[in-house]
Design a protein around this ligand. Structure first.
Ligand SMILES: [Zn+2]
Length: 159
């Protein structure tokens, strides 16, 4: 048995959780370093056992639970506020993006025509919309991000 192997056994030996084998006893008899470690661990263990666990006040649990509820409520309010601000911002960006996309492509006017002459006007509006695909994509991404944040926040609060 080496000192390193015995090192893992010092703590359970000092606590009396493990009975020393003949091999351990032989090493301890021959090795002053491990004997000193065991003596120190045994002293520490005795000091720890002698410690009296503090008795909590009778209202400790109730006060702790009340404080946890209060702190959780505050953090939920903060999360709610941040979430609403983020969703508002994303919605505003999406609306502005859609407005820019519609006004720059003339899609609004084409849309009115499309109501009258369905098939042809729809194809035309799609052709008009094609160059603005990046704006639609950014807007859609913003919307999806907002919805994801919403879903995530709702799930987080539901714990
Ligand atoms: Zn040793």
């Amino acid at each position: 048995m080496t000192c390193t192997e015995l090192d893992d056994l010092i703590e359970p030996l000092a606590a009396g959780d493990v009975e020393p084998s003949a091999e351990v006893r032989a090493h301890l008899a021959a090795c002053p370093s491990c004997t000193a470690s065991l003596a120190l661990a045994t002293r520490i263990n005795r000091v720890l056992i002698a410690q009296v666990a503090p008795v909590p006040r009778p209202d400790f649990t109730a006060a702790l639970v009340a404080r946890m509820r209060r702190e959780r409520w505050r953090s939920e309010q903060m999360l709610d506020l941040t979430f609403n601000f983020a969703v508002g911002l994303v919605a505003m960006i999406a609306i502005v993006g859609l407005w820019v996309a519609f006004s720059s492509t003339g899609l609004g006017a084409v849309g009115a025509v499309a109501l009258n002459a369905a098939g042809h006007a729809l194809a035309e509006s799609a052709a008009h919309a094609a160059p603005q695909a990046s704006i639609y994509m950014v807007t859609t991404l913003g919307l999806v991000t907002g919805l994801f944040v919403w879903w995530w926040a709702e799930r987080g609060l539901g714990l």
